[in-house]
Design a protein. Sequence first.
Length: 557
Amino acid sequence: MSKDFYKDLIVYQIWPRSFCDSNGDGIGDIGGIISKLDYIKDLGADAIWLSPVYPSPNHDYGYDIADYMDISPDYGTLDDFKTLLFEAHRRGIKIIMDLVINHTSNEHKWFIESKKSEDNPYHDYYFWRKGKSDKKPPNNWKSTFAGPGWTYDEHLDKWYLHLFAVEQPDLNMDNPKVRKEVKDIMRFWLDMGVDGFREDVITFISKKEGLPDGFPIPVACGIEHYKKGPHLHEYLAEFKDDVLAHYDCFTVGEAPMMTPEYAIELTAEGKDQRLNMMFHFEHMQADCFITDFLQRPFSLKKYKSSMSKWQKALYGKAWNTLYLENHDHPRIISRYGDDKKYRVESGKMLAVSYLCQGGTPFIYQGQEIGMTNIRLPEIEMYEDVATKNVYKMARGFGLSDKMIMSLAKKASRDNARTPVQWNDSKNAGFTAAEKPWFHINPNYTEINVESDLENPNSILNFYKKLIKLRRENPVFTYGNFKEHMENSKDFYVYERNLDGKKLFVICSFSNKAVRFKAPKGINLEYENLILANYNSRKTSDNEFTAKPYEARVYLFG
Ligand code: NOJ
């Protein structure tokens, strides 16, 4: 693989509202981020993905943008942002912005104009359509947040398309004026010095001509007509040729329902590369089906086969992203690990399971200290629009409040959006305000950054060690991939090889002690053990009883 700078980065994701509040209004802000740059650097990260900080009415917490070229007063000013950029760069930390261009807020001036009249110059910026004769929407598409995909406007007697919330009208990317706006937005931030973009649901930006009916399913009906739209390549090529190629920057595209073949089509290195890498969702469905709400028991087999499939398929062709958490999914320890008895052990093991693979790693705020789901008991306590919509829809289907709440406690995105737990003082050190904007997980007295920094055996210090090893040994980033013991119901075992170096990784996903026997031809020596989440004594490493959630990393050569 070629050695582009973005392949060696460790990216830390910040969801600003819940990161750190510097001005005591209960909301995280840019000043708070600046105050934690040394912490991020010390963790070993050298890039930040900043979730949206633009002005927004916050129906989808920043993913409904009302002005692409400004900073929300909740978070600060453009000058504050420039200071952040300067301070980050000074420390060798890159910053990528969230580029949300599939839709805007319904409070964006383009949308306000577009609904004034059919001859308004902005009318065609969105998908306005006449309904079917019987007062029905133009087609049967449904929002990915549950509920209808169209909303009626009486004044125009037309409907507008929104693949997400009602307040997030979809932009009509087929309109060249819209694409020009997108390019202007990109240039605005790149000229200021940002290092690239995480592109929100970027694979949805081209919709099939005629907007035909979709296969009738209750959520995201119609997705087959936009998940891989007819002009996606063309539009991405335009953004790249006209803008991105002229800057030293990188891009990562978010792509629900992405397959390795399609990811390669979009990200394969060479002149047709559209984006540098993609976020796929497959490994996030080892305990659910399509959405986090359609739950099933965690399947190690599914996790392993997805992780390994992407490692093998992209090797030598395109570049992987590695992540287990972000602001859209519940906390990983509460899902694939054990957030009670073995929180620390399983948190470290999960880190090993993905951070020893090839690709650019992403770590979400709080993941590095093993934050867990908050499990809010009542729907009124939730903020997330997707959770509220699913609740409404499921009630409509006749599900009881109790039943839906037991799902929400596990599946809601709000589990990942509680404020970062910095210390054990009031409000977890997140804010000096009396009341933070959102609930703080009561376990902050035990789980917080300060105590993790002090404890040499903490999850945080384990992440630091692992990141350091990754930096020192290119086999972590660039090695090839071979899985062992594929059929094991307890272990995920794989090796990586590069220039005579071999990495051998053992992860037990069992909450019980289980017997491990090295595969034929592998000779594990204690001297080669570079990282473990238990203090392994000098016994035979080729055969041992692995403790619950035990992880070991060996390096040879
Ligand atoms: C993906 C974002 O990560 C998510 O938070 C948002 O709700 C949707 N896209 C819509 O923008």
